[in-house]
Design a protein around this ligand. Structure first.
Ligand SMILES: NC(=O)c1ccc[n+]([C@@H]2O[C@H](COP(=O)([O-])OP(=O)(O)OC[C@H]3O[C@@H](n4cnc5c(N)ncnc54)[C@H](O)[C@@H]3O)[C@@H](O)[C@H]2O)c1
Length: 271
């Protein structure tokens, strides 16, 4: 059911790779709620061509941008401002990539060159996006920015590796920039800490199947799906959450508050 929560709002969605992507699910929901959208992803991801399907459904242009490239970001924002013929009300940062995980290097044997790139793509990119919007004065007052994160920023999950550090940095950038943007333009910036979700990035984590079923058993409501996450993003982009900023918001069916569940204990007793 749609509520027209984003009627008249303009948004940029980063990171829709395929139908499973959280950004894809969110773009669909924002469209249903009446938003006008611009979609963007890295040029190499756009070559897959999948995003054109989403562009058609949501009636949105696709503008390529490598999020580590300031010229790409400037061009993206300038074209988006032109397309909307107005400023931007919301941004979804749904980007993550670990070069060390991809190259099979464990946390104790990180390649620091890859590590720099991981931190840039997965965390400092939020700063780059915000800085570009700031410099171009591209956001409307009371705009809303959401970036996606994971609880490995607070607790250890062995195979999440350097992405845990990247997410800790991402959450910190959201708080720090959140202060400055709130004072300057009442723009709010939050991170959503999402349950494990079956997507391309998610499945890159070693032992993902065990990981996702453990989280399911440890969450009183079960794991939050990509569509659930999309709905939460919509609520944060809407005017109903105007005073929420600089927060890391758990969206995980209760996982983050649990010590252990009966279901997990029962499994232990079977052993
Ligand atoms: N899937 C999960 O279990 C899970 C859980 C919590 C948080 N998250 C976070 O959600 C976000 C979205 O991931 P997803 O699970 O939908 O996977 P996904 O693979 O569908 O999305 C990741 C996106 O990042 C984009 N990207 C990578 N490098 C880029 C670059 N240089 N420039 C621009 N874009 C680039 C990819 O093209 C892709 O679209 C990520 O931040 C991820 O860490 C995912």
């Amino acid at each position: 059911m749609a509520y027209n929560l984003l009627k008249g709002k303009n948004g940029i969605i980063f990171g829709a790779l395929d139908e499973k992507s959280i950004a894809w699910r969110t773009a669909l929901k924002c469209h249903e709620e009446g938003a006008r959208l611009v979609l963007t992803n890295a040029p190499v991801a756009l070559r897959m061509g999948e995003i054109n399907k989403l562009a058609e459904i949501t009636n949105a242009p696709v503008i390529p941008a490598d999020v580590t490239n300031m010229d790409d970001l400037k061009k993206l924002f300038e074209e988006a401002l032109n397309h909307f013929n107005g400023k931007i009300d919301f941004i979804l940062h749904s980007i993550g990539m670990s070069l060390n995980v991809r190259k099979g290097k464990s946390y104790t044997e990180l390649d620091y060159g890859f590590n720099q790139k991981t931190l840039d793509i997965s965390a400092m990119s939020l700063h780059r996006v915000l800085r570009t919007a700031w410099d171009l004065d591209a956001m409307n007052d009371w705009g809303s920015v959401v970036a996606l994160t994971y609880i490995a920023a607070q607790r250890v999950f062995p195979h999440y590796s350097e992405m845990a550090d990247a997410k800790a940095l991402l959450e910190s950038v959201a708080r720090s920039f959140g202060y400055h943007y709130a004072v300057k333009k009442k723009v709010r910036i939050n991170t959503i800490s999402q349950s494990p979700t079956r997507t391309t990035a998610g499945s890159g984590v070693k032992g993902f199947d065990g990981f996702i079923s453990y989280a399911e058993k440890m969450s009183p409501l079960g794991n939050a799906t990509g569509d659930d996450c999309a709905s939460y993003c919509v609520s944060l982009f809407s005017d109903l959450t105007k005073m929420v900023t600089m927060q890391n918001l758990y969206h995980d069916g209760g996982f983050s508050s649990m010590g252990v569940t009966q279901e997990v204990l029962d499994g232990m007793e079977d052993e």
